[in-house]
Write a protein that binds this ligand. Structure first.
Ligand SMILES: Nc1nc2c(c(=O)[nH]1)N=C([C@H](O)[C@@H](O)CO)CN2
Length: 118
């Protein structure tokens, strides 16, 4: 299995369990490892034969701008499902972090893996 990755993509979304988090968008940081075969694109040199990371980033930003989730766990599931079902990934690792949420802590977050690594 090959991997296409996006590291530390920043996106704005409503995320959290507290009223202020439901009212005020916050910036989250998303890192993705997207399992897929890159062999076809490696041979053809054609963007149509692979998962376009620019399209993934744009889609995520627009989806997240329009949604609210209570938990990072739910948001991570949403992102993983989107990559598996809409982009045809076979396996994904999704890391999502909130920045500066707690005093003395730089980042908090979740990492999930879904699909089948081959
Ligand atoms: N495991 C989790 N713990 C917490 C979450 C979460 O999404 N997953 N969220 C919060 C609050 O929304 C937090 O961001 C406020 O500091 C607390 N714990």
């Amino acid at each position: 299995m090959d991997i296409i990755f996006i590291d530390a993509l920043r996106a704005s979304t409503l995320i959290g369990i507290y009223p202020r988090e439901k009212a005020m968008p916050q910036t989250i940081e998303i890192s993705l490892q997207i399992g897929t075969s890159t062999a076809s694109a490696g041979a053809s040199d054609d963007i149509g034969d692979t998962i376009d990371y620019a399209t993934v980033a744009e889609r995520l930003r627009s989806e997240l701008a329009a949604r609210h989730f209570n938990l990072l766990e739910r948001l991570a599931e949403y992102v993983a499902t989107l990559l598996l079902e809409d982009f045809g990934a076979t396996w994904v690792r999704v890391s999502i972090a909130k920045l500066g949420m707690m005093s003395g802590v730089q980042r908090v977050g979740v990492v999930i893996e879904r699909g089948a690594a081959s």
